[in-house]
Design a protein around this ligand. Structure first.
Ligand SMILES: *[C@@H]1O[C@H](CO)[C@@H](O)[C@H](O)[C@H]1NC(C)=O
Ligand SMILES: *[C@@H]1O[C@H](CO)[C@@H](O)[C@H](O)[C@H]1NC(C)=O
Ligand SMILES: *[C@@H]1O[C@H](CO)[C@@H](O)[C@H](O)[C@H]1NC(C)=O
Ligand SMILES: *[C@@H]1O[C@H](CO)[C@@H](O)[C@H](O)[C@H]1NC(C)=O
Ligand SMILES: *[C@@H]1O[C@H](CO)[C@@H](O)[C@H](O)[C@H]1NC(C)=O
Ligand SMILES: *[C@@H]1O[C@H](CO)[C@@H](O)[C@H](O)[C@H]1NC(C)=O
Ligand SMILES: *[C@@H]1O[C@H](CO)[C@@H](O)[C@H](O)[C@H]1NC(C)=O
Length: 271
């Protein structure tokens, strides 16, 4: 199978459901992250994600150039899916990403979000040991309002609901801000934990207001349990090298929020 690539800012992952039930906090019959390796032994492998990125130990790679994105501003209608693990938005249009030393052109299929509790601890990857929530700002991020409104209408339910008139770019950083990033070989952060993901962790945060952050932390599952802490704990690096792009100030700030887009050859690779 062709490599998966993963990019970005909120946390975009192709959702993989194993045959056995997994969850973020062990409860009843579901298995928490410490037991995912009993669902798939790869989850106990040595190329797992997320990791803590130690900026001082990163290596500059001049081939990590700017990305070439197409179709990200196209407005489309789609669906938002809420399940017990995540919120997922399907990208119902053809967008592509190339450049940035990716070997091929990839087509993102969906993105999803990870967040913490009460607006803290949300990102899966950490930088120099710091884990940030989706970044807090003073004003609401208008680009997230339609998503929030749709989620509000689902309340506690696991459901799939339509969302109209959105574009991929509204959930991402401006293209010119996508030049500072880290790159390493890792895995899906949910079972089956397949170790075929080339991670791109962007550095710049996407700002959301406190109210918006609290909204995500207030989401509930159908049994009324809060949907919080939807991230996998950091994994050991096992000697892997993390590379950094030569974009401005890559060492000066931290990732507050990232999105990863994962595509596979069979599903979407533009072969
Ligand atoms: C793991 O999941 C990915 C994504 O669904 C799939 O492409 C891959 O074949 C799976 N790997 C294994 C070893 O089952
Ligand atoms: C960006 O990608 C598109 C589609 O793959 C391609 O047509 C275009 O030439 C690329 N632009 C640059 C600057 O590489
Ligand atoms: C995706 O877009 C097509 C064409 O615009 C539309 O007919 C279809 O209903 C959309 N799919 C979803 C899931 O909204
Ligand atoms: C769709 O969103 C754009 C801004 O993203 C807005 O200008 C336009 O009026 C919206 N169209 C509809 C039909 O809501
Ligand atoms: C994007 O980059 C510009 C110029 O470097 C900067 O002024 C702006 O604040 C950045 N935006 C974000 C969201 O980081
Ligand atoms: C990922 O692994 C492949 C094959 O082992 C290697 O060629 C490549 O340089 C690695 N990439 C990174 C970013 O470490
Ligand atoms: C959502 O869950 C809360 C408990 O956390 C419950 O009080 C409320 O009635 C539920 N709402 C719906 C629409 O099920």
């Amino acid at each position: 199978m062709k490599s998966l690539i993963s990019l970005f800012l909120l946390s975009f992952v192709l959702h993989v459901s194993g045959s056995e039930e997994w969850c973020y906090q062990t409860k009843g019959s579901c298995k928490g992250p410490e037991n995912w390796k009993t669902i798939d032994k790869i989850c106990g492998g040595d190329r797992q994600s997320p990791i803590n990125i130690v900026t001082k130990a990163t290596q500059l790679d001049k081939r990590l150039t700017q990305f070439n994105l197409t179709g990200y501003k196209t407005v489309f209608d789609s669906t938002v899916k809420k399940n017990s693990h995540t919120i997922e938005v399907t990208i119902n249009t053809t967008a592509t990403v190339s450049g940035g030393n990716l070997e091929d052109t990839y087509k993102p299929l969906q993105f999803h979000l990870h967040w913490g509790t009460n607006g803290v601890r949300g990102s899966e990857h950490t930088i120099d040991g710091e884990q940030y929530p989706m970044e807090e700002s003073n004003s609401d991020n208008k680009n997230f309002e339609n998503l929030i409104n749709v989620l509000r209408s689902i309340q506690n339910k696991s459901d799939e609901v339509p969302i109209k008139n959105i574009s991929a770019s509204q959930f991402l950083l401006p293209e010119e801000n996508m030049t500072s990033y880290y790159r390493y070989n890792g895995s899906l952060t949910v079972p089956n934990c397949s170790e075929s993901v080339i991670w791109t962790v962007f550095e710049k945060p996407i700002p959301l207001s406190k109210k918006q952050l609290e909204f995500f932390s207030s989401l509930k599952l159908s049994d009324g349990t809060p949907m919080v802490g939807t991230f996998r704990p950091i994994q050991l690096r096992f000697g892997r090298t993390v590379y950094r792009s030569s974009g401005p100030a890559v060492l000066a700030s931290v990732v507050l929020l990232f999105v990863s887009i994962i595509t596979t050859c069979s599903l979407s690779h533009l072969c």
